[in-house]
Write a protein that binds this ligand. Sequence first.
Ligand SMILES: Nc1ncnc2c1ncn2[C@@H]1O[C@H](COP(=O)(O)OP(=O)(O)OP(=O)(O)O)[C@@H](O)[C@H]1O
Length: 564
Amino acid sequence: MPSSGTTEPPALQQHRARYRRIMRFATRVLVQAWWFELVLPRFGLARFAARGRIPRLQKVARRFHGLAIELGGLMIKVGQFMSSRLDVLPPEITRELEGLQDEVAPEAFERIRAQAEAELGLSLSDAFASFDPVAIAAASLGQAHRATLSEGLAADLGFTDVVVKVQRPGIESIVEVDLAALRRVSRWLARVRIVSSRVDAPALVEEFAATSLEEIDYLHEGANAERFEADFAGDARVAAPTVVWERTTLRVLTLSDVTAIKISDVAGLTAAGINPAEVAQELARATFQQIFVAGFFHADPHPGNIFVTPGATGEPGDWRLTYIDFGMMGEITDTLRAGLRDFILAVVARDSRALVASLERLEVLLPSTETDELERAMSALFDRFGGMGVAELQRVDPRELEVFAARFGETIRSLPFQLPENFLLLIRTISLISGVTSALNRDFNMWDAVEPFARTVLNPGTGALREFGQQAVSFASTLARLPRRVDELAARVERGQVAVRTPELDRRMRLLQRAVSRVASAVVFSALLIAGVLLRPTDEVLGWVLMGASVVPLLHVVLGGRGR
Ligand SMILES: Nc1ncnc2c1ncn2[C@@H]1O[C@H](COP(=O)(O)OP(=O)(O)OP(=O)(O)O)[C@@H](O)[C@H]1O
């Protein structure tokens, strides 16, 4: 953003302040990362830096949580996005960021009214027979209100009750500011080799920008709802609301009100005579149908976005799943489909070279990746454990598994993995659905429902391929039952790692920390004072000042040893 002037309009000043807040936060995090992840390891203190990593990251995530609640806009989405990046971030961090969306305050109704009226070119009282000023739900980008259609429109469409989603006024420029800040941070990160060799940060931000810009285009969301509905035309079990195009624009989306029993309301389902276990079964089927048959899937199927609607007959088996919120959809492209098929086939054939090739094809590995190591690790894995069922795996000596898991985990972590957006949405969808189905029926196993669909995706033309397909399915079920065991194992490995430390090292580290923090705070304070008063720094300058300031105490204490 260009430098600030004194006669700027308030909106611009607000945007500038917002941009600065984000950059200040990012600078702080980057400086911290630089210190602990680059500087300390240089001085042989990698183990020390690693020990406090999780609490440190948790603190950053908590701070980010606060910032996101205060700023709203894309920062909420960033938090949500990160909370779903289990591939990059540990669960301790993702957990801190869950639930962000529910904490956003609604916009004042007068502003929502003005926005809706300007969009529709009609006063709300002309556009609707009634409009409830109290929002049903407020999200980061928009909020939803109940309304009723005027008689004429209601008669044409066959329903009266609607839900109107209205975007927060000015959200586009907020999104723009947030994206500008994120792009700048990603450019910084791209210059740091240790980061750029693992993650393509600018590409990640562009992916995120594309989904965010789609989400603030309600015409796109309306079209998604219709495409989804068309995919399930002729399937009485799945439905979506009808879009009232006459009352829909880029920033206002009007949909038939499909409020029914929330899918997670087991007591409500049972009271309506609906068997929750059957709902779980149908939900899994509908999900796999979207993924494997339609290639277009709802990527935000949390319980708030799926209703169970009892049918008109009142029969126990007469009900359907009604989805809402089509802002985030995933697509299975042909490349993704082919890549997944190759991946599954490679696993079944225990062919590590083909497996690595399929990962490359899926763009899960960055192009620069040295794949030999992964190939070796996969071969070792296949040689030792390939083809084993759960029962056989349970008979393996746990110590052997532990050693193996530690070594294998290291190889995996050292590789620059990255999941392309659609892949990520796929994982998110499966994990959300698996949460919902197991809440409906504890004994439900998603993998039992995947079988007919996995066959479709594997497209088994020949007998040999069909056999591979079946093996793939049984392999997948084995994997599905493994996580608890793997979790336990990981926890034990983790504890083993933590135990590698000595009291002497601890004592020195504590002294060092104390000394560093005392000197550092004095230096940083004076540097900030000078920089703040004299230079009116840009965020970049501030970043360098902070970095420079933190070097001084480090040299002082580590080299001169005066902290003791
Ligand atoms: N067609 C509908 N019928 C009934 N209720 C609806 C409908 N559309 C939206 N809602 C209600 O409004 C809430 C917000 O809608 P929606 O989820 O589409 O918005 P969003 O801004 O994308 O929110 P989020 O991303 O948090 O899910 C829903 O949780 C639901 O309670």
